[in-house]
Design a binder for this molecule. Sequence first.
Ligand SMILES: *Cc1c(COP(=O)(O)O)cnc(C)c1O
Length: 422
Amino acid sequence: MDHFLYRDGALHAEDVPVAEIARAVGTPVYVYSAATLLRHYHLFDEAISWADDHLVCYAMKAASNQAILKLLGDAGAGMDVVSEGEYRRAKAAGVSGDKIVFAGVGKKPGEIRTALEGGIRQFNVESEPEMQVISDVATSMGVVAPITIRVNPDVDAKTHEKIATGKSENKFGIPISRAVEVYAMAAALPGLQIVGIDVHIGSQLVDLDPFRLAYRKVAELTDTLRAEGHEIRRLDLGGGLGIPYEKSNLAPPSPTDYGAVIRQEVGHLGCEIEIEPGRLIAGNAGILVADTIYVKQGEDRQFLILDAAMNDLIRPSMYGAHHDIVPVIEPAAGVDYQPYDIVGPVCESGDTFAKQRNMPPVKAGELVAFRSAGAYGAVMASEYNSRPLIPEVLVQGDQFAVIRARPTFDEMVNRDTIPEWL
Ligand SMILES: *Cc1c(COP(=O)(O)O)cnc(C)c1O
């Protein structure tokens, strides 16, 4: 459920007409709903509230604007970060270090140092060389780094190959078959404190079975490692629960069902439970609003040429992803739908959002909205084709604010430096 609904014939973001935002800020623009973000966070929080100790660490790579982080952080969320930049953003938004988890396969010594200086809940270690570096940095600073080790359970997440992470051929984590050996190595290194186990098998999972399989393996591993004398008190179970991108499709399982699977598989272990959802918190909490520049009649098809392009929302060209695209003015009941190829102005054929998509008739100058664009949308935007970085707006009730302004052409152009010797 989200808060982007037609009211009095016009698409609204909560209580604000989307067209009013487009008028004030221009297009293309991302618009987020605070109520939807909070609703999703609370659903997850409740789904694991059976665990005495639990924390939802929002995977902020999905949408990392500080206004979003502050909103979620104030509601109680921790953050899952994958770079020093994300760590700094989370801190700048007021999230305390003891609620920040540092993930990612390639943490550099400087990043580790920054996190140890500013405070960190735990590092999720992805390899032995990285474990060694964390030990070295912590020892040189005279501190102890809390760690989990990310295990790769070799489970098929049954999702898009670019976002599956839990198979043995993926670059993530250490093979679960070697976990005993690697935990022993960690216990022997100075400057490290083992606090638990981490697993994350992929993104946009629409079935609970892969989670169940992975968590069962984590439960077995917990028993094994405890028998070896390690203190396993925290399980970080990753993110990855999918969202419905197509209204017509069957909805993926709810956070509530997901929380029940966690309880069934690992609830008896008495561990603190951490989860790292990103997409499900932000995905349906954001839309991308674009203007129709031209409707072009091709030889055998009609093109809707929008002012949004692949540089603003890359998911369709990168993953072949589907986004529902709806007119901002509510179509009249019973209107005839027509097939359109919906494209942006960028000079690549890959700059295509949808082919032969049935839509109510759209005219030049009319606004459309891409639904479910809140996650992996704005964060993946670039200035390709020298199109200024797309702005972001947050709505709460009847108020809205620009939370990242569109750079002016001058700001964008003047970022380059021409060497004196040219
Ligand atoms: C990307 C990522 C997540 C979030 O995945 P979603 O599918 O957005 O929920 C969580 N944990 C890790 C380690 C990730 O890399």
